[in-house]
Ligand binder design. Structure first.
Ligand code: DQA
Length: 150
């Protein structure tokens, strides 16, 4: 099983970016923890981070064929991007949306997600654990899909 982990804009700054909200873990450290969990579960993970909407759309389009599911923190594009939502809908892979912070208890403009309607589910508010919970949820979801299709 291959999972693509997609990180949106400004997540490359984790560790020094608003640590009161996003914590002190760097993206590298989060990716390391995801890779460790993936090895434990017996799946492979690849990572992509971009600050640009078009590059994220390209990465999602390229996931078709090579990956069984997408774990995505679309960051600010969560609240603005029809293009990322359409790309996810187009590739038709199972998607889990994650956020470090609880977007629903923050500013009102963060309450709406363009991504949620094309995702299996959303995990929000658990810091780096959101990613780890997301990997487990996506892994279990894909496994169930494989059993149902067999
Ligand atoms: C975020 C929440 C978004 O509202 C914000 O724009 C981010 C990070 C999170 O992980 O909590 O950049 O996706």
């Amino acid at each position: 099983m291959n999972i693509l982990v997609v990180h949106g804009p400004n997540l490359n700054l984790l560790g020094m970016r608003e640590p009161g909200i996003y914590g002190t873990f760097t993206l590298e450290r989060i990716n390391g923890a995801i890779a460790e969990l993936a090895a434990e579960l017996g799946c492979t993970v690849s990572f992509v981070q971009s600050n640009s909407e078009g590059s994220l759309v390209d990465a999602i389009q390229q996931a078709s064929g090579g990956f069984d599911g997408i774990l995505i923190n679309p960051a600010a594009y969560t609240h603005t991007s029809v293009a990322i939502r359409d790309a996810l809908a187009a590739v038709a892979l199972p998607v889990v949306e994650v956020h470090l912070s609880n977007i629903h208890r923050r500013e009102e403009f963060r309450h709406h997600s363009f991504i949620a309607p094309v995702a299996v589910g959303q995990i929000s508010g658990f810091g780096p654990d959101s990613y780890l919970l997301g990997v487990r949820a996506l892994f279990n979801h894909i496994k169930k899909e494989i059993v149902t299709q067999a």
